[in-house]
Design a protein around this ligand. Structure first.
Ligand code: SF4
Length: 260
């Protein structure tokens, strides 16, 4: 009986989540149809009929753990679906010189997401974001905050390397940003940290310099949003690390973590 009650509560949560995802896409101005032509709402509801069908044929109700596991798979599948939609993308000219699409890495249920600008040479080679020198610094920053790299999610505004590490151009950002919006919608983190001017300005739709944006809370699609300096900039200007740490301390406070 308790299990059935719990199952019902989890199903209600799935429906709420599905509604939330739909609202997210509507608010982000994204189509409600997947590229495959399936309605977007079809994906979150995938898990529900499985559970309901089990109940219908009189089989024992699944434990809450089992249902929650299915729900987690839905979220995982949603990120996987976004990656599948990207495919071997040629939607912008960055496809021409890239070796790998750098989608994102980390916990699909992360409460904390870091968003950078775009892959560099090492990231393009390996297909993983933030693995070069700047990535190593980011990993240290994450660990200093009391998280492990695998506890957070890390991605970029554009998924392919701009040649020669130039800045992404507006048409490239416009082509790729919908994937980022969908990633954030699937993960639904508590806090987003934007690394550097491009991520912060792109997501906030502002042209304010990063030096003015950083250090204060903003909001992105209802999620708390903290811009800070890009680790690559911190490698060039180590004197600014103190300010970046001040920004990260505000984030730590949000997670109730001890700030030294
Ligand atoms: S940057 Fe984004 S939109 Fe452009 S080709 Fe790569 S994945 Fe596609």
């Amino acid at each position: 009986m308790t299990d059935q009650k719990d199952t019902r509560a989890v199903l209600q949560e799935i429906v709420r989540d599905a509604r939330g995802l739909l609202e997210w896409r509507q608010s982000a101005g994204l189509p409600l149809e997947m590229a495959s032509g399936k309605a977007f709402v079809a994906r979150p509801s995938v898990a529900a009929p499985v559970v309901m069908a089990t109940a219908k044929i009189g089989a024992p109700a699944k434990t809450t753990t089992a249902v929650v596991a299915e729900r987690k798979l839905v979220v995982l599948e949603d990120l996987a679906a976004i990656r599948a939609d990207i495919g071997d993308c040629t939607r912008c000219k960055l496809c021409k010189a890239r070796k790998n699409i750098v989608f994102g890495v980390g916990d699909p249920h992360a409460q904390l997401v870091f968003v950078g600008e775009g892959p560099g040479e090492e990231e393009d080679r390996t297909g993983e974001p933030f693995v070069g020198r700047a990535g190593q610094l980011l990993t240290k920053m994450i660990e200093a905050m009391g998280f492990r790299r695998q506890d957070v999610y890390i991605c970029n505004v554009v998924k392919c390397r701009p040649p020669g590490n130039r800045n992404p151009e507006p048409d490239e950002i416009a082509a790729c940003e919908p994937f980022l919006i969908r990633q954030l919608g699937a993960i639904k983190p508590k806090v987003i940290v934007a690394l550097g001017k491009f991520a912060a300005q792109t997501l906030l739709r502002l042209e304010t310099p990063i030096s003015k944006l950083r250090g204060q809370w903003h909001e992105y699609q209802g999620i708390k949003f903290m811009p800070t300096f890009h680790p690559a900039y911190l490698l060039r200007s180590p004197g600014e690390k103190v300010k970046a740490w001040d920004d990260l301390k505000l984030v730590m406070k949000e997670f109730g973590r001890e700030v030294k």
